[in-house]
Write a protein that binds this ligand. Sequence first.
Ligand code: SF4
Length: 352
Amino acid sequence: MGRDLDIFEGMSEASEATERLVGDFEMPNQFIPNLDEYSRIVLFHSGGKDSMSCMLYLLELGIPAHRIELHHHEVDGENPEHLMDYPSTHNYMEKVAEAFGMPLYFSFRVGGFEREMLRENSGTAPITFTRGDGTVVTMGGERSKQSTRRKFPQVTADLRTRWCSGVLKIDVGSRLLINDPRFTDGKTLVISGERAEESTNRARYSEFEPHRADNRDGRVPRWIDHWRPVHKWTERQVWQLIKKWKVTPHAAYWIGAGRASCLLCIFGSSNQWATVRMIAPEQFMRVANYETEFGYTIHRSLSVIEQADRGEPFEAALRWKHLAMSKTFDMPIFTENWILPAGAFGESCGPS
Ligand code: SF4
């Protein structure tokens, strides 16, 4: 596991903040579907605190770990030279799955964010995912419309123009459910961690509904429900449960970010862009250069360089840079003296 628990030494202020801000977890009184009805539980896990709290909540409800499949969509695809994502996320997911004894599946759009953004008179790329029997499949894309993007996603709630979430995550998730025959056998429960508190758009999501890949009345029926168990939860409840299980949160929170979305998320605040420029200068300059090449900035009027110039890097980022930028997650997954990371209850600019 690399670094040891002594990293927390001398952090008494953080321990006090943990006591003051978090408190103890209490089981909420809320709707719970009949979990025994489902042949499998598929949890779309970003590595962030909300999907982590879904995972821990399922364990609290008595679901055995081996019944919970973790699925993580890689934003940069198979590309090891990340453009948008935290280099440590992939290994963090591996270590979480290993620590809890849960099966883990990775899936992605081939070429990831960068290939999709650079599309020129071409269709969208196929997706790659692993079927339940272990076969790795790359499929789709042949019939997609030829068109040109050559711009960043727009900073909006509309998924048609903020294409990254739809193309790289939502669609990848649906396609793997549709194209693995095991999902036609019995019922599947998909879990994801959107919370109403995050945005007015997310507040409108249903807590429980048929998943978009559901086809229960089709010729070959596929029964898939979608449950958002933490939809009504506050951020405090989320941290309470993570604290209870003593799980080390994703690197994003240690460097001071409020969300573990992409490191270079298009929704980034000035402080986030200043932080990224400091800890990931090469990724930052690639994005800055694309803005110049396309003649369009991510923000409606400011380039990422101008945004970074207006912001201040998060104080914690220097100390925890190694954790975010390493391709291995060099901390234990369980922490005896659990403390709240710097990004908790802080700036959480991200998808609406
Ligand atoms: S985290 Fe931000 S940049 Fe990454 S896919 Fe989501 S909205 Fe797009």
